[in-house]
Design a protein around this ligand. Structure first.
Ligand code: AMP
Length: 190
């Protein structure tokens, strides 16, 4: 089983690349952002709890996020592996993911960071906001806050995987196909 953490700031292209990996390599994408947006759109109890955090560009509390992620993984007992997109975003989430995967006799194979400069991130997110319908992509203040939250709370998660010898990074700027080619080559080499 190959389990990949696709890592990087908002706008680094994790979702785009994870979707390609799912269709070409057959690893199942789990995007906690997409899951939360599903709950928001359907006004579930979880969606109502997550909304205020998401609107501001803050992280949803760990307990809610971890529980949602675990029940999603449990839906796919036959998956040949997962691409975690947007999770883990905090140290407690990374620890919980390791323990959860261990309980299922598997583990993270690699964390892969998509490296993209800050100006490019803001440009991409605001551009996406014109068509995605995502309110958190339409307000520059919220966009910049999400990037700050990434630097403060999420970026340190790389150290967790680095200590396990699982940290890799690839350039996330350039054409989508070229980025995908290096990502796929890396994953196939694992
Ligand atoms: P994303 O689509 O990954 O940019 O996520 C959109 C929003 O969903 C984030 O700004 C957070 O409010 C929330 N979210 C997604 N994934 C997580 C996570 N792993 N931990 C906490 N909040 C999350």
């Amino acid at each position: 089983m190959k389990n990949i953490v696709l890592f990087g700031p908002p706008g680094s292209g994790k979702g785009t690349q994870a979707q390609k990996l799912e269709s070409k390599v057959g690893l199942r994408q789990i995007s906690t952002g997409d899951l939360f947006r599903f709950h928001l759109g359907n006004s579930t109890e979880l969606g109502k709890k997550a909304k205020a955090f998401m609107d501001k560009g803050d992280l949803v509390p760990d307990a809610l996020t971890i529980e949602m992620l675990q029940s999603e993984v449990e839906k796919y007992p036959d998956a040949k592996g997962f691409i975690f997109d947007g999770f883990p975003r905090t140290a407690p989430q990374a620890e919980a993911l390791d323990a959860f995967l261990l309980s299922r006799s598997t583990s993270i194979s690699a964390m892969i960071l998509l490296v993209v400069g800050e100006d490019e991130l803001v440009r991409r997110l605001l551009e996406r906001g014109k068509t995605s319908g995502r309110e958190d992509d339409q307000n520059e203040e919220v966009v910049r806050h999400r990037i700050t939250v990434y630097h403060e709370k999420t970026a340190p998660v790389a150290d967790f995987y680095s200590a396990q010898g699982k940290f890799h990074k690839i350039p996330g700027e350039g054409g989508i196909e070229a980025i995908y080619a290096s990502l796929e080559a890396l994953i196939k080499s694992l």
